[in-house]
Design a protein around this ligand. Structure first.
Ligand SMILES: [Zn+2]
Length: 338
């Protein structure tokens, strides 16, 4: 039922029903291909309501998105869908195979490679495929991440501070459909070239998010990703049915927080080992002691206190103990009034 594609121009994105492809991108320095899985579902239930794409595996060692999007790729029934759903569960396929954040083929970080380059190395060519073949077809872009290896995020959806008020309002609404504890507005000052940067610049309703950590498959993260994507489909009428709470036990809706200034990202002052004092998600006050850094190489060096730079919520801290000087140790999110 699936088809290998060597020339992306051959993909018929309008074909009714569900089509599974493996899009082959030739390696740069050896013989062989990255086979990027792609599902195109053109619903037959009713008129086209919306065009939506969801990505997993933008970073290869983040698995909740790979699991959730793969599951949807097999479960979604075109007979129930009124719209077009495009799913890429393992976008940076060589990185996914290797279980690494970046591609082992060109050390490419897919989430810094946008808008891509048709003549670049393999990660940039895959990004160019997304930018030129997928993004023009869709209205909504969902990119499911999981914090990477060393750090733990409070489960959240995220987006950049968008200037256009209509786009901002719709993104905020869609981000809350994942029913995570936090919806985070994050800094554009840290890095460029993100998949979401490009989608936002093109005016898409664009959602990122962190749904797990440390190379695991966390059931709560998968639940928010999987049901969240389905809620987005329902929100636009692409799937029938009512939007469902993902975490009905929590009495309040997702908290909107922002970390748009670099002083909300606290670096480790020395290379050492981090002792957290709280789980992620707790409310914090400026100056509050959050943990200690230990330099076990220097016997006369006392543990170094790490404190909150602003009032807010502890959104991220190290999960693995070792941390190097300058790496981000803490992210604080400040509450945003609706
Ligand atoms: Zn990631």
């Amino acid at each position: 039922m699936s088809q290998i594609i060597y020339n992306p121009a051959e993909i018929d994105f309008d074909k009714p029903g569900k089509s599974l492809y493996e899009v082959a991108f030739h390696y740069d320095g050896e013989w062989g291909y990255a086979m990027v899985p792609l599902a195109v579902i053109n619903g037959t239930a009713g008129p086209l309501k919306k065009n939506i794409v969801a990505f997993g595996g933008t970073h290869g060692n983040e698995y909740e998105g790979q699991v959730a999007v793969w599951k949807l790729m097999h479960e979604l029934d075109p007979n129930e869908i009124s719209g077009r759903v495009i799913l890429l569960p393992r976008l940076n396929q060589p990185a996914c195979v290797a279980g690494r954040r970046d591609s082992p083929k060109d050390n490419g970080n897919m989430n810094r490679a946008f808008p891509g380059n048709p003549h670049g190395s393999i990660t940039f060519r895959i990004a160019d495929f997304v930018n030129t073949r997928i993004f023009p077809l869709v209205d909504v872009v969902l990119d499911i991440h999981a914090a990477g290896r060393g750090v733990k995020f409070a489960i959240c959806t995220s987006f950049h501070l968008i200037k256009d008020p209509t786009q901002y309002a719709e993104i905020k609404t869609v981000a809350s459909l994942f029913d995570t504890l936090f919806v985070m507005i994050y800094s554009q000052e840290m890095a460029r070239g993100l998949l979401t940067d490009q989608a936002e610049a093109l005016g898409k309703v664009t959602i990122g998010g962190e749904f797990g950590h440390s190379g695991g498959v966390h059931p709560i993260g998968v639940r928010h990703a999987y049901r969240g994507i389905k809620n987005v489909l329902k929100h636009y009428g692409v799937l029938p049915g009512e939007i469902e709470r993902v975490d009905p036990a929590r009495p309040h809706p997702p908290r909107l927080v922002s970390a748009i200034h670099l002083d909300e990202y606290i670096p480790a002052p020395i290379t050492g080992y981090f002792e957290p004092l709280y789980p992620v998600g707790v409310e914090t006050q400026k100056g509050q002691l959050l943990g200690y850094l230990y330099d076990f190489e220097e016997i006369d060096r006392a543990p170094i206190p790490i404190t909150a730079s602003v009032d807010g919520y502890l959104l991220m801290q190290p999960f693995q103990a070792p941390i190097r000087k300058g790496e981000t140790a803490i992210v604080i999110g400040q509450p945003v009034k609706d």
